[in-house]
Design a protein around this ligand. Structure first.
Ligand code: 7HD
Length: 291
C-alpha cells in the first residue's frame, strides 16, 4: 500500500536510506525506500541545531509541513508525512524522477518555446490550485521546482509559502530576482506593505522570461536589481516570439491588480498554441475515430 495509506506515525527505522539527492541550506535530501511497502520517496533531513531557535526558519519548516501535507496536485510535490528524533526533522516527500529543474535549465541554457509554454501552463495550473486554497508560494523560481519522471513540473519547497493576505515578518535573504515590486519596496501599495497571491503572478512572469532567455529579467547587482524591479525595467531579446513577449509583459506589471490572472494565462494565445493537443490527438485520447 502506498505511503499515504500507511499509519500516520513514521520513524527512521521504517526506511532504507539510499544515495544523497541534494543538499540545501539546512540539511540534505536522500533517496529512501519504505521497508514494508517498498515505496520509493525522498527523505529531507533538517538539523534542528541549524534551525536557529526563535528565528523565522523554525516557523517556516512548521508552515512548510502544515501547508504541503494538505496539498494534492500533479504539479505540486507531495509530502506524505514527517517525524523527528532528538537532532533532526524528517520530511517524507514524493521522489521526482528527473530531479531539479534549474539543472536542466543551466544544461540547456534556455528552453524552446513549446517546452517553456507547457511548463508555464503547468505552473499556472498549480498556482490556481494554491490560490484557491489562499496559499501564496512567494518563492517561485527554478531552484524550487523539480521534474517528475514524465517530464512534468513539481513545485517543491514551501518554506516561504504563507496564507494570503500576508505581512512579511521574516527577513529575506538570497536572490531578489524573483521578488515583485510590492515585496522589495514596501509602502509602494500605500498600505502596510501587505500583499496577496498576485506576488506569484509576478514570479510566474520572471520564470517565463528565464525559461525563454536563460537568465532572470532583472539580474544585476543587488542595488540595480532592486531598482530595476521597482521600475519593471527589463528588455526582452528579439529572439523571443511576439506572443511570448506579450504574456511576459502582461505578468511583469508593477500594479498587482493589473497583472494577467491565472485563468487568462492558461487561455493566452502563446499557451494555447503550444499546449492544446491537436484534434486528432484529443479524439485518439477519447477513443473516438481519429485512431
Ligand atoms: C535540504 C534540501 C535540499 C533540497 C533540494 N533537493 C530536492 C531534492 C529532491 C526531492 Cl525533494 C525530491 N525528488 C528528487 N529527485 C531528485 C533527483 C532525481 N534525479 C534523477 N536526480 C536528482 C537530484 N532530487 C530530488 C534533492 N535536493 N531542498 O532542500
Amino acid at each position: 500500500a502506498p505511503l499515504y495509506n500507511q499509519p500516520r506515525q513514521f520513524h527512521l527505522g521504517m526506511f532504507e536510506i539510499g544515495r544523497p539527492l541534494g543538499k540545501g541550506k539546512f540539511g540534505r535530501v536522500y533517496l529512501a525506500r519504505e521497508r514494508s511497502s517498498g515505496f520509493i520517496c525522498a527523505l529531507k533531513v533538517l538539523y534542528k541545531a541549524e534551525l536557529q531557535h526563535g528565528s523565522g526558519v523554525e516557523k517556516q519548516v512548521r508552515r512548510e509541513v502544515e501547508i504541503q501535507s494538505n496539498l494534492r496536485h500533479p504539479n505540486i510535490l507531495k509530502m506524505y508525512g514527517h517525524f523527528h528524533d532528538s537532532k533532526r526533522i524528517f520530511l517524507i516527500l514524493e521522489f521526482a524522477g528527473r530531479g531539479e529543474l534549474y539543472k536542466h535549465l543551466r544544461r540547456e541554457n534556455r528552453f524552446p518555446e513549446w517546452k517553456a509554454a507547457q511548463y508555464v501552463a503547468q505552473m499556472a495550473s498549480a498556482l490556481r490550485y494554491l490560490h484557491r486554497k489562499h496559499v501564496i508560494h512567494r518563492d517561485i523560481k527554478p531552484e524550487n521546482i523539480l521534474v517528475g519522471i514524465h517530464g512534468e513540473l513539481k513545485i517543491s519547497d514551501f518554506g516561504w509559502s504563507v496564507h494570503a493576505p500576508n505581512h512579511r515578518r521574516t527577513t529575506l535573504c538570497g536572490t531578489l530576482d524573483y521578488l515583485p515590486p510590492e515585496m522589495v519596496k514596501p509602502h509602494g501599495n500605500g498600505n502596510d506593505n501587505s500583499y496577496d497571491e498576485k506576488v506569484d503572478l509576478w514570479s510566474l512572469g520572471v520564470l517565463t522570461y528565464e525559461f525563454l532567455v536563460g537568465e532572470a529579467p532583472f539580474e544585476d547587482t543587488m542595488v540595480m536589481t532592486h531598482r530595476r524591479i521597482a521600475r519593471a525595467d527589463m528588455t526582452i531579446p528579439s529572439f523571443v516570439s511576439p506572443e511570448a513577449r506579450d504574456l511576459i509583459k502582461k505578468l511583469l506589471v508593477l500594479d498587482p491588480d493589473k497583472r494577467l490572472p491565472l485563468d487568462a494565462v492558461q487561455q493566452h494565445p502563446w499557451i494555447i498554441k503550444h499546449c492544446v493537443k491537436g484534434e486528432r490527438a484529443t479524439n485518439r485520447e477519447k477513443g473516438r475515430g481519429g485512431e
